[in-house]
Design a protein around this ligand. Structure first.
Ligand SMILES: Nc1nc2c(ncn2[C@@H]2O[C@H](COP(=O)(O)OP(=O)(O)OP(=O)(O)O)[C@@H](O)[C@H]2O)c(=O)[nH]1
Ligand SMILES: [Mg+2]
Length: 458
């Protein structure tokens, strides 16, 4: 067991309880030295694993710091695989801080970010892809993102990669047999070899494709609402969010900053941005707002471009349209509830070509359902089939899978024309890259980077 570490594992601020977590050598004995159980004569070190004990945490002078429920979990059946103590203090910042300070006084070191999880990894409780899934579980913004992360936590990636590794090891053995015993074994069966390697490439492609599509569940996508002043952008934001988030007035130039919020579209987290109406303006504050808006519009994955039916298509509209790539655009012709209609089909045809167009009224909620369906359709076009869930890997793992694929592809390209020991080099390269996915072959600095993404106390 390694030296003991401790941290507050609950978020800062007020709450029902706060937990100070300890892991490592002699943590149970150390807490015994600062704990006075309500039931006299009880000692934590004599208690069985996975039990709770209620009592007082006391300072060296015997003064009570807090009442706490202390749980102990002995190695190897704990999160880290080491002896773990969790002190459940009263909520609020102070009790947990005082208890942590007391623990540190007793000679236990403060944990680094992710150090508990890192120990779980080092003790074989988790592989790296599971450790990374822990972060995704913590950060999941929708049910679907959570579902994907939990699957990975259960080790689904590990099993997939293991199968590919087994297959590669067998193929490598075939190649080595031919290399070591050319007279007895002869050349490998190239037709069979090619078939089996191609299957590995196909499987890797499948995993990479699933990962790419799953990314949107984790990262989400960004939709920007764009248009000239007063077309109804903020009204649309409020309607989509079903709350009064942005200020709406009939004064052009109301919104001066980018306003954002999250929507959940079939499990995909969608960041939706209301922007300042884009126009040339002398007002300095508004101008900064316009610049910011132009920036976020450029970066958005999808843009809802609003036109005002009562103004017709103006030079301002044309200017905004020209700055947006048409492949990620939905046009909403707004204010159709009003009689003064100046946007004709011909106008739209001429300006927009094949971009999807909805005519409606945000105020009267006409066309909103249609807009939401269209957004959903466009987003889900890049979405995930349910049986792909098993295969989702993160960016780091995608890179390793990609490298493995390159190695196997190399073997396929040169199989008949190169020497057997050259093939062996690439086969072993592929195996090494696959080992990185689950963390078997990860270098120390990569591990450092992974675990530093965690919060302290996890
Ligand atoms: N009649 C009618 N009025 C609307 C409709 N949508 C928005 N409006 C009105 O248009 C005015 C401007 O709406 P906003 O949502 O503030 O427009 P905006 O595009 O955010 O404007 P800026 O922030 O100034 O760029 C308000 O008075 C709204 O009530 C609609 O569908 N029909
Ligand atoms: Mg606005």
């Amino acid at each position: 067991m390694q030296g003991a570490i401790a941290a507050i594992s609950t978020p800062p601020g007020e709450g029902g309880i706060a937990i100070v977590r300890l892991s490592g050598n002699k943590v149970i004995e150390t807490v015994d030295g600062m704990f006075k159980p309500h039931r006299q004569g009880v000692q934590l070190k004599a208690r069985p694993s996975h039990t709770l004990t209620l009592g007082w945490i006391i300072d060296p002078e015997g003064q009570v710091l807090d009442e706490a429920l202390v749980s102990i979990m002995r190695e190897p059946h704990s999160y880290t695989g080491e002896d773990v103590v969790e002190i459940n203090c009263h909520g609020g910042t102070l009790p947990a801080r005082q208890v942590l300070e007391r623990v540190i006084q007793a000679g236990i070191r403060l944990a680094e970010p992710g150090e508990f999880t890192r120990r779980a990894f080092l003790n074989g409780r988790l592989d790296v892809s599971q450790a990374e899934a822990v972060i995704d579980v913590i950060r999941a913004k929708t049910d679907k993102a959570m579902q994907i992360a939990v699957r990975r936590l259960q080790g689904s990636t590990h099993r997939q990669v293991q199968q590919l590794e087994d297959e590669l090891i067998q193929i490598n053995a075939l190649v080595e047999a031919s290399l070591d015993f050319p007279d007895e074994v002869g050349d490998p069966d190239y037709v069979e070899l090619r078939e089996r390697l191609q299957q590995i490439v196909d499987q890797l492609d499948h995993m990479l494709e699933a990962a790419r599509r799953a990314d949107i569940y984790r990262e989400g996508i960004t939709i920007a609402i764009a248009g000239k002043p007063n077309v109804g952008k903020s009204s649309l934001l409020n309607a989509l969010l079903r709350k009064d988030k942005a200020i709406v007035t009939d004064i052009p130039g109301t919104t001066r900053d980018v306003i954002e919020d999250w929507l959940n579209v079939k499990g995909i987290p969608v960041r939706i941005l209301d922007t300042a109406g884009i126009r040339v303006t002398e007002d300095m504050v508004e101008r900064i707002g316009v610049e910011r808006s132009q920036e976020v519009i450029q970066q958005a994955d999808l843009i809802i471009f609003l036109l005002d039916v009562t103004t017709g298509i103006t030079a301002e509209d044309q200017f905004i349209y020209d700055s947006i790539a048409p492949n990620k655009l939905i046009v909403l012709v707004n204010k159709e509830d009003l009689d003064d209609k100046k946007v004709t089909e011909e106008d739209l045809d001429q300006m927009l070509g094949s971009v999807p167009i909805i005519r409606g009224s945000v105020k009267e909620e006409i066309g909103l359902k249609e807009l939401e369906d269209l957004i959903e359709e466009l987003i889900l076009a890049g979405g995930l089939e349910s049986d792909d869930l098993e295969m989702v890997v993160n960016l780091r793992q995608q890179q390793s899978l990609h490298q493995a694929r390159q190695h196997v592809q190399e073997v396929l390209s040169y199989m008949e024309t190169t020497t057997l020991d050259c093939l062996g080099v690439d086969l072993r390269g592929a195996l090494e890259s696959l080992g990185e996915v689950t963390g078997k072959n990860l270098k120390e600095e990569v591990l450092d980077r992974i675990f530093h993404d965690f919060c302290i106390g996890k």
